[in-house]
Design a protein. Structure first.
Length: 65
């Protein structure tokens, strides 16, 4: 991976907390609930979508951005 193409991850204030509640309609761990809640934040969602495209496509994903 060429680091010059890596995006900067979002930075949040110290002490930032996400209120993650498990879905009572299905089995869900606390970690899964936390990840689901964090992905509701647009900054984290964009960062993770970029990372996923980069991981799946290699250098081709960078050229799309």
């Amino acid at each position: 991976m060429n680091d010059k193409h890596a995006k900067k991850s979002p930075v949040f204030a110290a002490g930032k907390r996400w209120e993650a509640k498990r879905d009572s309609k299905l089995y869900e761990s606390e970690v899964t609930a936390l990840v689901r809640k964090m992905l509701e934040d647009p900054q984290i969602l964009e960062d993770q979508q970029w990372a996923w495209r980069r991981w799946r496509s290699g250098d081709n994903a960078i050229k799309q951005d």
